[in-house]
Each structure stands twice: as C-alpha cells, then as structure tokens.
Design a protein around this ligand. Structure first.
Ligand code: GLN
Length: 191
C-alpha cells in the first residue's frame, strides 16, 4: 500500500510542504476536515500563525480527533507555528494547543519578520552536509521533557526535536530545496 502524507491546509505555508513531498515522490492530501485524517498515514502542520491556525482547528472540529490519533502513535511533523501548536505550553500566552509534545516555547523569540534569517546548522542524523535553516519569527524552545530528543541545536537552543512519533522544528525546511527532513519524516511514517 502506498503511503499518503497529509498537510494541514487551514492556514499558513502548506503549499510549500506539498511541493516538498512531491519532490520526494510521496502522495499528499491537503487536510481541511476531521474525516481527512482517516485518509492519511502522517500529517505535517505548517508554519503560519499559530493562534489563527489553532482557532480554525477548533472551529472545524479537527483538534480533538487529531490529538487522539497522535496519542495513539500517529506521526506528525510541525514546522514553526506547527511546532507551537504541538507544544504543551506557550510562555505567557493563552492559545489553543494540541499539547502533545513535551516542550515549552516562547513565540517570536528570534525577532520580527524583518529579522528573519538563514543559517547552516548541523543535523547529525542527516549526515555531514549542513542544513540551511530558515527562521521566520520563530519560536524558541525554553523547556523540554526528558523524553524529547534534540536532533539539532542553534546557539545552544534545540531547534529540531523528536518525541516518539512527533517531530518539530522551529525553522522552515519547506522553504529550501533540501528534502532531508521531509525524507526523515517519511521514514518515521514508514515504520
Ligand atoms: N510567529 C508565528 C507564531 O507565533 C510563527 C511564525 C512562522 O510559522 N513562521 O505562530
């Protein structure tokens, strides 16, 4: 059976993730409704505005079923706003969260839109070649649980983490041509 990966398409840069998945030749589905979750083997939550995305998720009724699925082992990958939505806690801000990834984040911790930046980081599990990480009003992980594995750091902060079936990055691999993190996620889905 062929795998199909969903990209949450309620808000944010979901089209870029779809293009990335097309590049690696995997079937995709833009997910908008709770029932779409039954048609996919894993889900990417894109970057965007986590407050808006979280509210829309509640409004369309996809938040609760998604949380249930993730708790049962369904693979998810969140980038930037997606990472915020997966987290258990956002410091000094109250917003709808999935609350499944044992991290606390501080939003917009790397500055405003104009202070967006790109930097080469090392991701050991992806080989020697550095990864070009794009940070756009990115969240910073300020606390993490003992079961959360740090896959990459930038200036001492974790920027790519994994807790079992949950992968999250504070940067945007979908805005580069480097497909290695998407392929890594695909391998998580295959297992
Ligand atoms: N600053 C956004 C938020 O807090 C995230 C930005 C992004 O996804 N690039 O939701």
């Amino acid at each position: 059976m062929r795998l199909r990966i969903g990209v949450l398409g309620l808000q944010g840069d979901f089209r870029e993730h779809v293009e990335m998945l097309n590049l690696i030749g995997v079937e995709t589905l833009v997910v908008k409704l709770p029932e779409d979750l039954n048609l996919i083997d894993g889900l990417i939550i894109p970057g965007g505005e986590s407050t808006t995305m979280g509210r829309i998720m509640e409004n369309v009724g996809i938040k609760e079923p998604l949380v249930e699925k993730i708790k049962e082992g369904f693979p998810v990958y969140g980038t930037c706003a997606g990472m915020i939505l997966l987290s258990k806690k956002v410091s000094d801000y109250n917003q709808p969260l999935l609350g499944v990834l044992d991290i606390e984040v501080e939003r917009n911790a790397y500055g405003r839109q104009v202070e967006s930046f790109e930097v080469d980081i090392k991701i050991e599990s992806l080989g020697e070649k550095p990864f070009r990480a794009v940070f756009i009003r990115a969240p910073r992980i300020i606390n993490l649980g003992e079961n959360v594995k740090v896959l990459a750091e930038y200036k001492g902060d974790p920027v790519l983490v994994r807790e079992g079936n949950i992968l999250a990055s504070s940067f945007h691999p979908e805005l580069t041509k480097d497909t290695r993190i998407h392929e890594y996620f695909l391998r998580m889905v295959e297992k």
